[in-house]
Design a protein around this ligand. Structure first.
Ligand SMILES: [Zn+2]
Ligand SMILES: [Zn+2]
Length: 106
């Protein structure tokens, strides 16, 4: 598989907006508008998970050397994943949504 096909756009399961593939060199794995993800990867970009359920953003954390990450929790199987915040390129993550997440769950 090539990286180009793995780094594909998708329709967000939560807000329904169309998300284009990321252009900052990383894999697009969450919606930049509402920050929801989808449980499709076993490892980043492999699209090998059979689950496919929406993953809710539950926290924002700062990892030394890695930068800010959004913590996602799968609404079906409960798996927890951390994904790097998308700050550059096409469709960066929504700053207001990130700030709301920083305050924790409502
Ligand atoms: Zn969305
Ligand atoms: Zn899952």
């Amino acid at each position: 598989m090539s990286r180009r096909t793995e780094n594909a756009g998708f329709g967000c399961l939560n807000c329904g907006l169309t998300v284009r593939r990321s252009t900052d060199g990383s894999y697009r794995n969450h919606c930049p508008f509402c920050l929801w993800s989808r449980h499709v990867d076993l490892r980043p970009g492999d699209r090998a998970a059979a689950c496919g359920a929406p993953m809710a953003p539950v926290a924002l954390r700062d990892r030394p050397g890695k930068g800010w990450q959004i913590v996602h929790c799968c609404t079906a199987c409960g798996v927890v994943r951390a994904n790097r915040v998308t700050r550059d390129g096409d469709q960066p993550d929504d700053v207001d949504a990130l700030i709301a997440l920083m305050g924790g769950s409502p």
